[in-house]
Design a protein around this ligand. Structure first.
Ligand code: WQD
Length: 341
């Protein structure tokens, strides 16, 4: 058995898929989650996939005694992957203090306790949102960090700075910051996937709910952008590819292969896809039509962004591999297992 890893937010979308990949790589996983945006049945799904039930602590990482108790009851944790955060861009505009308190206090508490409990490395879940609207695409890790377009995006930028300053202060820890592009899809077993609460804000869950008849019609938010078909372009990355990158990053740190105390990687496919192209991919892959119409632009949307994944490919030794049609098929298989209501 390899080292023991703490996955905060591990019953969430990316956290659950990462737990599966960590277990497949031989790591022992402890999950802490306050279940504010997920449910404990996800643990059953993880166990059904890997045959190993991760230890689960229902708790809030903003509470230091909760974290102390976890580290004392689960000795030997060597690494942390921190997913625990509020992540709805729109909500963050209306509830900024909730986002700053939750996302920043969670990180500060984890960093503060790591040296005391012998935790060597932390992988931080960051986002391409730190780049804002790029000056050009594809975008690599040297691209300028732009003014945040939401409190959510600002918590990611501030979190990166907190980690950098803490490491620079001499803290005996290391970190890898992973800047995700647009995670989509589900596990091939359809036993875990994205569980949006309420009306989905993100494209793919809204698309699959429309295909399932839960939503009447998908609105494409604008087709008058400066792109080939007028709709926005993003770098959609399969959630399992993304999960595997976390395992590679954690192993790199624990095996001492990282060359700097802090390393930063863009996690994308390097392929830009428009909204209309993604709809086409879904319909081609599943044979299911998605009723959709063109509507007005959504406030705050950037026009186009996709990754230059060269550094992750060559330095981290990771590459996105799942073809987009396969990702769409998995997203659809997952949607079909969910209740219609
Ligand atoms: C993608 C494209 C929409 C819904 C957000 C966060 C980012 C990250 C990923 C956390 C856009 C269009 C969407 C719909 C549409 N989250 N769209 N109709 O906005 O790129 O990124 O999620 O880290 O931080 O900002 O993702 O899926 O919301 O939108 O046309 O009903 O789909 O305009 O062009 P986004 P998204």
């Amino acid at each position: 058995m390899k080292d023991k890893i703490l996955v905060t937010g591990g019953t969430g979308y990316i956290g659950s898929h990462t737990t599966v990949e960590l277990q497949k790589a031989g790591y022992e996983v402890v999950i802490i989650d306050n279940l504010s945006n997920s449910n404990r049945e996800v643990i059953d799904g993880i166990e059904a996939i890997t045959g190993v039930r991760p230890d689960f602590v229902e708790g809030d990482c903003t509470d230091i005694p909760t974290l102390r108790k976890l580290f004392e009851e689960h000795p030997g944790i060597k690494g942390i992957i921190n997913f625990a955060a509020s992540k709805a861009v729109g909500e963050s505009v209306h509830k900024p203090l909730l986002y700053y308190r939750n996302n920043l206090n969670t990180l500060i508490n984890l960093l503060d306790l790591m040296p005391e409990y012998g935790v060597k490395g932390i992988v931080f879940s960051s986002s391409c949102t730190v780049y804002g609207e790029p000056d050009s695409n594809p975008i690599d890790e040297t691209a300028p960090i732009k003014d945040p377009t939401s409190p959510y995006g600002n918590t990611k930028q501030i979190s990166e700075e907190i980690i950098k300053d803490y490491v620079a202060s001499g803290a005996p820890i290391k970190s890898i910051l992973l800047r995700y592009f647009n995670p989509i899809g589900a596990h091939e077993s359809a036993l875990i996937g994205e569980l949006p609460v309420g009306v989905p804000q993100n494209l793919v869950p809204y698309l699959t709910q429309t295909a399932a008849g839960i939503r009447k019609e998908l609105t494409v938010f604008g087709n008058d952008y400066n792109t080939p078909d007028g709709s926005c372009i993003r770098d959609y990355i399969d959630v399992v590819d993304l999960a595997r990158a976390h395992v590679v990053a954690m192993t790199r740190m624990l095996d001492g292969k990282d060359t700097d105390a802090i390393e930063i990687f863009n996690l994308g496919t390097g392929r830009g896809l428009s909204v209309l192209e993604l709809i086409d991919s879904f319909e081609r892959a599943t044979g299911v039509k998605v009723p959709h119409k063109i509507g007005p632009r959504r406030e705050g949307d950037i026009e186009k962004i996709w990754a230059d994944p060269k550094k992750a490919n060559e330095v981290l030794g990771w590459k996105a591999e799942v073809p987009i049609d396969e990702t769409m098929r998995k997203a659809w298989a997952w949607q079909q297992r969910l209740p219609k209501n």
